[in-house]
Design a protein around this ligand. Structure first.
Ligand SMILES: [Zn+2]
Length: 304
């Protein structure tokens, strides 16, 4: 959308299994000694390890974010509608961005990249062995339509039950409500309202969100007051309006957090604990509520 990086946020946290968790690898292995439904793995420093693919986490976060947005009567498109307004290509950046629904503005569509990216999450180094100490659980296949057990169809599921994964969520040129939306989803994940991966109907997929912190950057010297500006507040009013961004988009930074010069950016680090709780509250409560009751995005084609 912009050639310039106006603002940038890096959210870091650990996802810890609160029960069995399985992120399935695609296809079927040929090794009969391995479980039928196996964890996805990669290599790091010459060692094989389970990991959480960023695309899989993004899918979970987006799906719940869409439910929250619909609850706020914000327009969310049907991602399978290839002819919808969000899949339109061409036009300039401002035109494209302002035609997108709230979910595509945040997470991207087939035609544009989103504001939010999620990297692949490896085990926390100190808990590498524990995270990789997987267990095998036995399951009975259920028929898709009736959810009845299928006779003789037994299978094994590989589960991670210990350890933790280090996750990084990046937001660039974001509006404050978008950061609030992601933080609200993380809160709901921690509260057990949503699960990750396979086997949800078998009680798989509960995780807790721990050690959440934020590293914030804005271009230039940073605001004179202790506020966190969204992209709209970092453009001139005409440019903000052209992109359908709020020129007065900002929240107050928590007590004890300040901007400091760091190269071409101003940087504010929000440590885990009280400061991060404060930031989460102003973003997930104030900024998101302002978006929910505001007029932006409401007029576009009604609510789906
Ligand atoms: Zn959309």
């Amino acid at each position: 959308m912009f050639d310039t990086m106006l603002n940038h946020a890096l959210l870091s946290f650990r996802l810890r299994p609160a029960g069995p968790v399985l992120i399935r690898r695609g296809g079927h292995g040929t090794d009969p000694s391995r479980p039928d439904l196996e964890w996805v793995r990669t290599s790091t420093n010459g060692q094989e390890t389970v990991y959480l693919p960023g695309s899989s986490l993004k899918g979970v976060i987006r799906a719940h974010a869409e439910r929250l947005l619909r609850g706020m009567a914000r327009r969310v498109c049907d991602p399978f509608d290839h002819h919808g307004a969000c899949q339109k290509t061409g036009g300039d950046g401002a035109e494209t961005y302002s035609s997108l629904c709230a979910a595509c503005r945040t997470f991207g569509s087939l035609s544009v990249a989103g504001r939010v990216r999620i990297g692949d999450a490896l085990p926390v180094p100190q808990q590498f062995a524990a995270t990789n100490r997987t267990e095998v659980r036995h399951g009975v296949a259920l028929s898709r339509d009736k959810q009845d057990p299928v006779r003789g169809a037994l299978f094994d599921l590989e589960a991670v039950t210990e350890g933790a994964f280090q996750v990084r969520v990046l937001a660039e040129n974001y509006e404050t409500w978008q950061l609030g939306l992601v933080l609200q989803v993380l809160d709901d994940l921690h509260a057990g309202l949503i699960q990750i991966g396979s086997g949800k109907s078998r009680g798989f997929g509960d995780v807790t969100v721990e050690d959440l912190s934020a590293d914030l950057r804005v271009l230039g010297k940073g605001p004179k007051d202790r506020t966190l500006p969204g992209a709209g507040a970092l453009l001139n009013t005409a440019e903000a309006e052209r992109h359908d961004l709020d020129p007065s988009d900002h929240v107050a930074l928590p007590e004890g957090v300040d901007w400091a010069r760091s190269g071409v950016f101003a940087r504010a680090v929000v440590p885990t604990g009280t400061c991060m709780d404060g930031l989460r509250k102003v973003l997930a409560t104030d900024a998101l509520a302002r978006f929910a009751t505001g007029s932006r995005l409401r007029a576009q084609g009604g609510v789906r």
